[in-house]
Design a protein around this ligand. Structure first.
Ligand code: PRP
Length: 215
């Protein structure tokens, strides 16, 4: 008997870059989430379905068993925590980095050297807190949910901690990257209880993904 498998994915880059991995596991998604409003997508395998969720919600769906497995960025996982999640693979997709950026006219090095208290806007509060604590820099963190680049431009913050991929968004807003905190890529996460009850179908998917990414 085929056991049903539910995979949580977010729209956009992660979804697009996951399609070849799914193909390696013999799974083809039958709907395009950019065109359909459906949140549960069927695949060519009757027992495999895909949930379309917000990127930051992927770990939550997998942790509580709403999905058996999911794909999400290292950034999201670090902010969420690892509870109940087995992380077998770095899929090497959706690669970018998390960096500190400031206005081009802000002397970040001097501010850090002088021990100034920095105001930092970010949606990555846990990552930013740990990074600045490890450097011994005092910060006031301001939580935002998007468009972080605006904060230094309107005097809301001295610096931001955000994802950087091409660097085009920073450049378009006259910001400069002053520190690279960590490299980011997407990870496969699996519900630990599901791994015990649906071992074989989940192992088959994990192994196919591993083969496709050369691990
Ligand atoms: C991310 C990030 C930056 C941008 C960086 O935003 O927050 O704004 O991409 O990419 P770049 O270096 O190639 O310009 P995203 O578009 O993912 O949306 P978000 O604001 O919802 O995070």
């Amino acid at each position: 008997m085929n056991q049903s498998i539910t995979l949580a994915l977010s729209k956009g880059r992660i979804f697009e870059e996951t399609l070849p991995l799914l193909k390696a596991a013999g799974i083809v998604v039958l709907d395009d989430p950019e065109k359909s409003r459906k949140l549960i997508l069927a695949t060519n395998q009757p027992h495999v379905r895909v949930l379309v969720v917000r990127a930051t919600d992927v770990p939550t769906y997998v942790q509580y068993g709403g999905a058996d497995l999911g794909i999400t960025g290292r950034d999201t996982l670090l902010e969420h925590g690892n509870q109940g999640l087995y992380q077998p693979l770095d899929l090497q997709i959706a690669k970018c980095r998390i960096s500190v950026a400031v206005r081009a006219d802000f002397d970040y090095a001097s501010a850090v050297r002088q021990g100034s208290r920095l105001r930092v806007a970010t949606k990555y509060v846990a990552i930013a807190r740990e990074f600045f604590a490890s450097k011994g820099v005092h910060v006031d963190l301001i939580k935002l949910y998007g468009s972080m680049e605006l904060a230094p431009l309107v005097g809301l913050a001295d610096a931001i901690v955000d994802l950087v991929s091409t660097g085009n968004t920073l450049k378009a807003n006259q910001l400069v990257e002053v520190e690279r905190i960590m490299d980011i890529s997407s990870r496969l996460v699996v519900n630990q209880a599901a791994l015990k009850t649906k071992t074989q179908p989940l192992r088959d998917i994990i192994n196919a993904f591993a083969g496709a990414v050369g691990q």
